[in-house]
Design a protein. Structure first.
Length: 253
């Protein structure tokens, strides 16, 4: 009898484990598909993700190979690339009304800040997200954004990132600077929470702010370099013309 009960217990444990694994796999694919489907609709750019892995038992998770493309009209291949990001969530909240994420850590993202000195790619993505979520006025948030799963993120940190600055009006001159750490807390705290679209808006807003500040000096330097290069080229062309006698010929005509 004891052996029989033990066999039943073992079978139940195996079934529970298999059930947890099956649900985890379903969640992984569902999250990946959701990001790749809803992301482009809201941000109006390509959004790709290599993989998502979530553990219902430990509450830990990994996101690998996130790529956020550039809006139409911009020339660089992408706006944001993330190799790896880790998160810790409250396991019991995964199947509830609001998923509670204790922490998110994004390490070493590659940010491309493309500008023509009038606008930039990050501000355009942010404008698209704000248009989709109703900006900061939640009473005007579209139904599409409101219908998303509610989230709470206690701590969101981005560290070790790089900004690749590209100035298209200066002959596509570029430079790379460090992205200052981005640290957001208590996002969606309270009964209402926030949607994934609203979370993305807050994160892109913080990244764009830091990118603008960090890139301002670089853009000025690139502009001065381009101005100096133009002067040097004009002088070189003038000297060459004198040596060839072109200047005198033009004067005679």
């Amino acid at each position: 009898m004891k052996k029989f009960l033990l066999s039943i217990l073992i079978a139940l444990v195996v079934l529970v484990i298999l059930g947890v694994v099956a649900v985890s796999l379903f969640l992984d694919s569902a999250v990946k598909k959701g990001i790749e489907t809803v992301g482009p609709m809201l941000a109006k750019v390509e959004v790709k993700l290599d993989s998502v892995s979530l553990s219902l038992l430990s509450g830990s998770g990994k996101i690998r190979g996130l790529l956020i493309g550039n809006p139409e009209g911009f020339k660089t291949p992408s706006a944001i690339q993330v190799g790896n990001a880790s998160l810790a969530l409250q396991p019991g909240s995964i199947l509830g009304d609001k998923v509670i994420i204790r922490s998110v850590l994004v390490e070493g993202p590659e940010i491309t800040f493309e500008t023509d000195l009038k606008a930039n790619n990050l501000s355009k993505i942010l404008a698209n997200l704000q248009a989709a979520t109703g900006g900061t006025d939640t009473s005007k948030t579209p139904a599409q954004a409101k219908s998303g799963r509610k989230l709470q993120v206690d701590d969101f940190r981005i560290s070790g990132g790089k900004i690749h600055v590209s100035v298209t009006t200066l002959g596509a001159q570029s430079a790379t600077v460090a992205l200052p750490e981005v640290h957001l807390t208590d996002l969606g705290k309270g009964p209402d929470g926030i949607t994934g679209a609203e979370l993305a808006t807050l994160v892109i807003q913080a990244i764009e702010k830091e990118a603008v500040q960090a890139s301002s000096g670089v853009v000025s330097d690139l502009a001065r370099q381009a101005s100096g290069l133009t002067k040097d080229l004009n002088k070189a062309e003038s000297d060459a013309a004198k040596k060839l006698g072109v200047g005198d010929l033009l004067k005679k005509k």
